[in-house]
Design a binder for this molecule. Structure first.
Ligand code: PQ2
Ligand code: NAD
Length: 219
């Protein structure tokens, strides 16, 4: 099952600081969570993020998962070392603490896996999974699909998503009936004036126009 994890405000510990850990840490940085990296070798990129105060690093040789107890609000343990035994030990320790767990070399014991992701912008992502059968093919599909998606989901569509997000919040406050809210959002989506504001990249004007429409309905 593909799900979108909400890690906002939570603590995540990543054990490992190599190539695989660096890729996963980069994804975590977009999740508004606290990231702690623990490893005896830590990549330059991770050190750079530490200097930018985006995460914390601890350089040490990990023998077991005892140190995990020291983290408050810990929700996720990611075991991303090149030692299969250590990854397993960390997964067991994480489970004992009631955390979600992930081992880079063991989909069987992990609570989730990573699909191949096409991020069209900060809001819209397309994920491709082969259910663990072939990561290489997931990557190949991503490379094949990315140009097609970028052709079909335009800059205007992505602006429409941002407009919809804003208007949806306001509609939830101001229109009591769900059917009425849905109709309002659909009307905005196809409204020619709004389209033309978005074509010119003018999200502010589009929002102002949509607010006027909402005002008429909520009277
Ligand atoms: C999609 C992607 C996302 C990402 O990692 O962010 C991803 N793997 C990618 C690439 C890739 N990984 C590997 C190769 C070498 C060729 C090959 O093995 O096929 C390549 C290809 C390459 O590097 O080009 C090796 C590998 N992968 C796993 C193991 C462990 C194992 O299977 O036991 C081993 C070691 C196997 C061994 O020891 O031989 C396991 C997993 N890898 C997954 C995801 C999850 C399933 C997702 C799915 O199938 O849909 C899953 C189950 C768990 C997880 O990692 O979350 C990313 C492409 C990103 C992109 O470019 O778009
Ligand atoms: N899921 C995937 O898509 C995928 C893809 C490629 C490889 N892998 C697996 O991921 C593993 C890691 O790959 P990598 O390229 O990141 O390796 P790497 O050698 O670049 O990094 C290994 C990291 O583990 C740390 N480490 C190992 N033992 C430690 C210990 N006792 N205490 C603290 N830190 C320790 C090292 O300091 C280093 O930071 C591989 O062994 C392979 O099994 C998975």
């Amino acid at each position: 099952m593909l799900i979108d994890l909400n890690l906002k405000g939570k603590q995540v510990v990543v054990v490992g600081g190599g190539r695989e850990a660096t890729g996963k840490v980069e994804l975590l940085l977009h999740q508004h969570c606290q990231v702690a990296v623990v490893a005896d070798r830590i990549s330059d990129s991770i050190h750079q993020w530490e200097r930018e105060k985006k995460l914390t690093c601890t350089t040490m040789i990990v023998q077991n998962g005892d140190f995990l107890k020291d983290y408050e609000n810990l929700i996720l343990v990611m075991a991303i070392t090149d030692s299969r035994d250590l990854n397993r030990t960390l997964v067991m320790a994480g489970l004992k603490l009631g955390c979600y767990v992930y081992a880079v070399d063991d989909p069987e014991v992990s609570d989730f896996s990573h699909p191949s992701v096409i991020a069209l912008d900060a809001n819209v992502q397309v994920a491709i999974s082969t259910n663990g059968k072939s990561p290489l093919m997931a990557r190949t599909f991503r490379q094949r699909l990315e140009p097609i998606l970028r052709q079909n989901i335009t800059r205007i569509d992505l602006l429409q998503v941002r407009l919809q997000a804003r208007m949806r919040e306001l509609a939830k406050e101001q229109l009591k009936d769900i059917a009425e809210r849905k109709k309002f959002l659909q009307d905005i989506m196809v409204n020619p004036e709004i389209q033309s504001f978005l074509e010119r990249g003018n999200l502010q004007e589009a929002e102002y126009f949509a607010c006027q429409q909402l005002k008429k309905l909520s009277k």
